[in-house]
Structures are given as C-alpha cells and as structure tokens.
Design a protein. Structure first.
Length: 255
C-alpha cells in the first residue's frame, strides 16, 4: 500500500510513526524540529489520514507498508520513532528486520500484549455517532462529542481527523470500522523470542500507565540495549504535553 507522507530536512533518515487515531500532521512540528539534523519522513499509516483504507489492519500488513515506503524512498536503513500503536509497529519492524533499523525510539508503549481498553471503544463509538447530515460545522461536532469525550484536548486531537468533503459536510479520515474490528490485533505485543540489540530508547509520560514496572522484564529480554526515560507532567500524549523535553531526548538518542 502506498502511504501518504510528509518529508523534510536532510541527513540521517528518521521515520516517525503516529499512534491510533493519529495522522502525520500531528507530528509535523516535532518533525520540523528534528529535521534540523535529519531527513524526516512522517507517513499516514493505513486507515488514517490521507493514506488508503483497507479492512485488513494488523502489524504484518503495516510492516509491509513500511517496507514499501522505505523501498520507494531508496532507504536501506533508518532510525525509527513510534508513538503508541506506531511504537508497536516500530518494534515489529526493528525485531523483524533489524538490519533496516539503526536506532529505535518508542514513545509511551511497551512490547506487552494488552487487552482492549474501554476508552478505545468509547472513542470509536463517539466518532461513529457523529451524523454528518446534521452536524455541519466543527462547533456542532465538538459539542456532540463532549458528552462521551469530556477532555477538550482529546477532542481536539480526535477532530484533527475531520476533513471537509463539501462546503457544509465533513467526514472522518479514519476507517472507523476497520479500527473497531481489529482492535485486538492492535493490542498484540512483540513475541518474546524476538530480539533487537541495537540502541533503543523508551520514553514514557509520568502521568501515563502505558509503560509500568510489570513491562520491564520483557523490555530487557527483547531490547537488551535499551534505556528508559520518564517525562514529568506528561500524559500518554507526551510529545504534545512536553514537546521541548521530548525533542531533546530524541535528539540525544539519535546522536
């Protein structure tokens, strides 16, 4: 599958992979900062943003999408930065094709298999409940989503995936049905038989529970050359909460 992508900068290549419900635009500012030293490539993963939609949605096909992207860019090796689902995808590519990855940076996700969290189901149901025949502007959509998604910051993040398809009509740029049908696949972890022995950085938000002490043993097994950094006053969306600290940690890891 040919993915839409942003590219910027020159130097050692860095591919940035967004998380579930995200789009490449969410990472544009971070990418611009990192592009001062790197050739940065930020794709929309399948079923997100401006990339094609498909009902098959798992790490196997997403890894194939990335291999096709690297081939089209003429890249034989890259650095990888992935957040949440994008972090899981980055780990799958690094352990499956270690020769392709020089350095790995994983933002606020562990290699552990997890159960589907209720908030994912709540978000998807809320997004599916938006009737675009009746909600014709962003204010109306935001008001409708507020009952199920009380956090204004989370609503702003979700609503970045709205696209205007007519003067008075919006649509989602996310394949909601594919996401809902494949949530269990997205929660799958990295097999403990896999190894990636090159430098790896895990970054977690202090206010997030996506990486806990229960994950440390598996992280050591699969990524023996890893270290863990924690950003204070940061949630799961640590790159948005503390962008300067996040960029600094990434820059240091890539040096």
């Amino acid at each position: 599958m040919e993915l839409f992508k942003h590219t910027m900068g020159n130097g050692d290549p860095l591919v940035i992979l967004h998380g579930l419900y995200g789009i490449s635009d969410n990472w544009y500012t971070i990418g611009k900062a990192l592009a001062k030293r790197h050739r940065v490539i930020i794709p929309d993963l399948r079923n997100h943003g401006r990339s094609p939609h498909a009902y098959i949605f798992n790490y196997l096909v997403m890894t194939d999408d990335l291999l096709e992207l690297l081939d089209s860019e003429g890249l034989s090796s890259v650095n990888l930065l992935g957040h949440s689902m994008g972090g899981k995808l980055a780990m799958h590519l690094a352990t499956g094709y270690p020769d392709l990855v020089n350095r790995l940076i994983v933002a606020d996700i562990s290699p552990q298999t997890t159960s589907v969290r209720q908030h994912h189901l709540t978000l998807l149901q809320a997004m599916k409940s938006v009737d675009f025949d009746h909600f014709t502007d962003r204010k109306m959509i935001d008001s409708h989503l507020a009952s199920a998604i009380p956090s204004p910051a989370l609503r702003r993040f979700i609503m970045k995936s709205l696209v205007r398809v007519a003067p008075d009509r919006f649509a989602w740029r996310i394949h909601l049905e594919a996401l809902e049908q494949n949530l269990d696949e997205i929660m799958e972890g990295i097999p403990d038989t896999q190894r990636f022995e090159k430098p790896t950085l895990f970054i977690r938000g202090a206010d997030s529970d996506y990486i806990t002490e229960a994950d440390f043993s598996l992280m050591r097994t699969i990524f023996p050359n890893h270290r863990l950094e924690t950003i204070n006053q940061a949630s799961h969306w640590l790159h948005a909460d503390q962008p300067e600290t996040f960029v600094q940690l990434v820059m240091e890891a890539l040096r």
